[in-house]
Design a protein around this ligand. Structure first.
Ligand SMILES: [Zn+2]
Length: 247
């Protein structure tokens, strides 16, 4: 293939731009903020689960508490009623009196037990509320951290977008001045080999694969006309000759 030395030099610019675009693409895909946000998302989900469990516990405990408090109240009313009867001195029968007194005694015992239950439930409720509050605080902290990381990621993406737009524009202008057949060859090599498709021959070394060319290979390059498109046998890249080629 033939192409002017100027067009061949343009391939080096194109290869630099494609390397830059590849770097930007890689940076976009591997932004550390992506991993951070994934981790924060997991943390947020765990916190949400903990809050749901605490809320369920709180609702259960509230129900149990109101039941136990109602029981205490019922017993209290019953004791009051019995005491009124005793105080009024309306019960004169000794056996009835004894039975009423023993009922009051057992009711008091029941009241004590129920009050213990209420106290225990209140303690459990307090612990559940503390867990719930801790969860809410943590959720808020995770949310704030997420917002900060999102902002950092957005700034990084904006920066990458700007650099990419610049490189894209330069690439479009560079491609304009490269002959179609040379560009097609460049694209073909890039698709099959990956990485740089054109490299500078610098001091006898291929700038693509970094291999030094043998004397025979160098002689062959020397013999090639300036508008001959030379390729490195080893890596198949287009070798672009410059004043630094060491020919
Ligand atoms: Zn090479």
């Amino acid at each position: 293939m033939k192409a002017s030395p100027e067009a061949q030099l343009r391939l080096l610019e194109l290869a630099d731009l494609d390397t830059e675009l590849g770097r930007l693409d890689h940076r976009r895909r591997t932004l550390p903020e992506n991993a951070e946000l994934a981790q924060l998302g997991e943390r947020a989900a765990k916190v949400r689960d903990a809050i749901t469990i605490a809320d369920t516990d709180l609702a259960d405990l509230d129900r149990e508490l109101s039941r136990a408090e109602k029981d205490v109240e019922q017993v209290r009313v019953r004791i009051e009623k019995d005491n009124k009867q005793l105080d009024a001195g309306r019960v004169s029968n000794a056996r009835e009196l004894e039975s009423l007194q023993s009922e009051v005694a057992s009711l008091r015992k029941r009241q004590d037990d129920l009050e213990d239950i209420v106290l225990e439930l209140m303690e459990r409720r307090e612990a559940a509320q503390a867990l719930r509050d801790g969860g809410a605080t943590e959720a808020e902290a995770v949310g704030a951290e997420e917002a900060a990381v999102e902002a950092r990621r957005a700034a990084a993406v904006t920066e990458i977008d700007e650099q990419q737009a610049k490189a894209d524009a330069t690439r479009a202008a560079t491609v304009e001045v490269i002959p179609a057949d040379l560009l097609a060859l460049y694209d073909k090599i890039r698709a099959s080999a990956g990485g740089r498709a054109a490299a500078e021959l610098r001091r006898g070394q291929c700038g693509g694969c970094r291999e030094a060319l043998s004397t025979a290979e160098l002689n062959e390059v020397r013999r090639a006309a300036p508008d001959e498109v030379v390729r490195h046998e080893e890596c198949r890249r287009i070798l672009v000759r410059t004043a630094e080629s060491g020919l």
